[in-house]
Design a protein around this ligand. Structure first.
Ligand code: AMP
Length: 297
C-alpha cells in the first residue's frame, strides 16, 4: 500500500436541491477525494482553510486516517461555494463562489509529503496544480481533474499541465468543450494527444468511460433508488479510483474504475460528506461485488 497525496479545495458548500437548502456544509474537491481514498490507502491532504474552519472537521479528517499536516490555516475565511441543482439533479448552476483564503493559496507540499508515489491534483487552478508537481520528487502516477472555469480562463496552463499528467479525469461536457469534439472516441483521442496516457470521462448518472491505448472500458453508475446530493461525486470517484491503485500498486485500471464508481455511489446518498464518513470497508467491498453482478453477462 502506497501513500497518496491529494491537493484541492477544502470548502463550505451551500447547496440548494430537492430536499431543501443546506447552508455551509463541509465540502471541497480535496475533502471528498481524501475521504474516498482513505478507505483504501494512507492519504496526505494539502489545502487551505480560514480561521473559521472548525476543529471538529479537522478531527473528523484525522479520524479517517488522513494526514492533515499539509492543511494550511490562513488569515481570512474558508472557500465557500453555493450551487443550485435542477429538480432531477442532472444539472446545477453555481450561484456564488467566494474564494476567500483560496485566492492567495500557493500549495506548499510538506517535506515529508514530497515522496508520495501517487498524486491526485483535485480541481484547482492549473497553475497551482503545476506548482504542486514542481515540488514533488518523482511520483509514479499523477492524476488530475479540471473544470470548465479553467478551460475558459487558464487554457494555456491547463495544456501545460496535461503534458505532465498520467491520467485525466474530466466530465463529458468539459471534455467536449476542451477538445471541440462530440463523440467519445474522438474526444478521448484528442485528450490523449494533449498528454495523458489514460483518460476517464465521467458521465454523471450514466457512469464513466476509461480510455487507454486501444482499450476502452465502460462502467455504469450504480443504480440507486434515491440520490440526496450529487455534490462531490466526481471527486469521490477520483479518490476511490486512485485509492484502489495506491492500495494495489497500480494494477488494474478497470477494477479501479469500479472502485471509484462505488465510492461515488455512496457519496451521493447523503448531503455533503456524511455517507463517505460513515462508509466502512466492508460496505465498499460489498458494493464492488454488487457491481460485478450488475455488469456480468
Ligand atoms: P464535484 O461535484 O465533484 O464537481 O465537486 C464539488 C466540489 O467542488 C464542491 O464541494 C465545491 O466546494 C468544489 N468547487 C466548486 N467550485 C470550485 C472551484 N472553482 N475550485 C475548486 N473547488 C470548487
Amino acid at each position: 500500500m502506497s501513500e497518496l497525496l491529494v491537493v484541492g479545495s477544502v470548502a463550505f458548500d451551500t447547496i440548494h436541491n430537492h430536499l431543501g437548502s443546506h447552508a455551509r456544509v463541509l465540502g471541497g474537491s480535496a475533502v471528498y477525494a481524501s475521504l474516498a481514498a482513505s478507505k483504501l490507502a494512507p492519504v496526505r491532504l494539502v489545502g487551505v482553510v480560514g480561521k473559521d474552519f472548525p476543529r471538529e472537521a479537522v478531527d473528523m479528517l484525522r479520524n479517517a486516517g488522513i494526514d492533515t499536516a499539509g492543511l494550511e490555516v490562513a488569515n481570512g475565511e474558508t472557500f465557500h461555494w453555493e450551487g443550485r441543482y435542477s429538480k432531477d439533479l442532472t444539472s446545477r448552476e453555481t450561484i456564488q463562489t467566494d474564494l476567500n483564503v483560496f485566492a492567495d493559496f500557493e500549495p506548499k507540499i510538506p517535506a515529508a509529503f514530497r515522496n508520495s508515489p501517487y498524486v491526485m491534483l483535485g480541481n484547482i487552478a492549473p497553475q497551482l496544480q503545476l506548482h504542486v508537481l514542481d515540488q514533488m520528487e518523482s511520483p509514479e502516477l499523477v492524476i488530475a481533474d479540471t473544470m470548465n472555469l479553467w478551460i475558459d480562463t487558464a487554457l494555456d496552463a491547463l495544456k501545460e499541465l496535461l503534458k505532465r499528467v498520467d491520467i485525466l479525469v474530466i466530465n463529458e461536457e468539459e471534455a467536449r468543450q476542451l477538445t471541440g469534439y462530440h463523440h467519445p472516441l474522438a474526444v478521448a483521442e484528442a485528450l490523449r494527444t494533449m498528454g495523458p496516457e489514460t483518460v476517464i470521462v465521467k458521465r454523471g448518472e450514466y457512469g464513466a468511460l476509461l480510455f487507454l491505448e486501444e482499450d476502452i472500458f465502460c462502467a455504469p453508475a450504480y443504480p440507486l433508488k434515491n440520490v440526496a446530493d450529487p455534490t462531490g461525486a466526481g471527486d469521490s470517484f477520483a479518490g476511490g479510483f486512485l485509492g484502489y491503485l495506491a492500495e494495489n500498486h497500480h494494477s488494474d485500471l478497470r477494477q479501479a474504475v469500479i472502485c471509484g464508481s462505488s465510492t461515488a455511489s455512496f457519496c451521493v446518498q447523503d448531503v455533503g460528506v456524511g455517507a463517505l464518513v460513515e462508509l466502512s470497508r466492508e460496505h465498499l467491498d460489498k458494493r464492488i461485488h454488487d457491481f460485478r453482478e450488475l455488469t456480468c453477462f
